[in-house]
Design a protein around this ligand. Structure first.
Ligand code: CTP
Length: 136
């Protein structure tokens, strides 16, 4: 069985998230997703996700392409996670191109194109611009 692993915050789950999960799953037989904890997301971006890690994990777990989810607590633990889950392929969005090549001694590293025109950041900006909507 070929196992694929990927990581992300997956806040305000959108089409770009769905498409990367679909394409990641198509590279193997089993997809494991490390969902960044609230604390890790905060340390990356300096603000908390809109949806809690528990909700984000529940949403990602419910996606038909996803076989298993776990909490990604630290960016430094990638090697440990890849080993723990016996992943054969690591999938990342192309925004990370080259940054994870160090793990190619453990597994195949694949960067997939981002879906054009949608991102959590843009969605938040759009929602904020709608008159009468509360702050995100
Ligand atoms: N992703 C994608 N296409 C998009 C947005 C995200 O393929 N339009 C992918 C990212 O490359 C990543 C995964 O979805 O592999 C999870 O993305 P996440 O970490 O949640 O970040 P973004 O949705 O990109 O959020 P932001 O725009 O705020 O960075």
């Amino acid at each position: 069985m070929k196992k694929v692993i990927t990581f992300g915050t997956f806040d305000l789950f959108h089409l770009g998230h769905l498409r990367i999960l679909e394409r990641a799953r198509a590279l193997g037989d089993y997809l494991v997703v490390g969902v960044s904890t609230d604390q890790l997301s905060f340390s990356k971006k300096n603000y908390l996700p809109v949806f809690s890690e528990c909700n984000r994990m529940n949403i990602v777990r419910a996606i038909r392409y996803v076989d298993e989810v776990f909490r990604e607590e630290s960016l430094e633990k990638k090697r440990e996670y890849i080993r723990q889950h016996r992943a054969d392929v690591l999938v990342m969005g192309e925004d990370w191109k080259g940054k994870f090549d160090v793990y190619s001694d453990l597994c195949e590293v694949v960067y997939l194109e981002r879906t054009v025109g949608v991102s959590t950041t843009d969605l938040k900006r759009f929602i904020k611009s709608v008159p009468g909507e509360k702050e995100l």
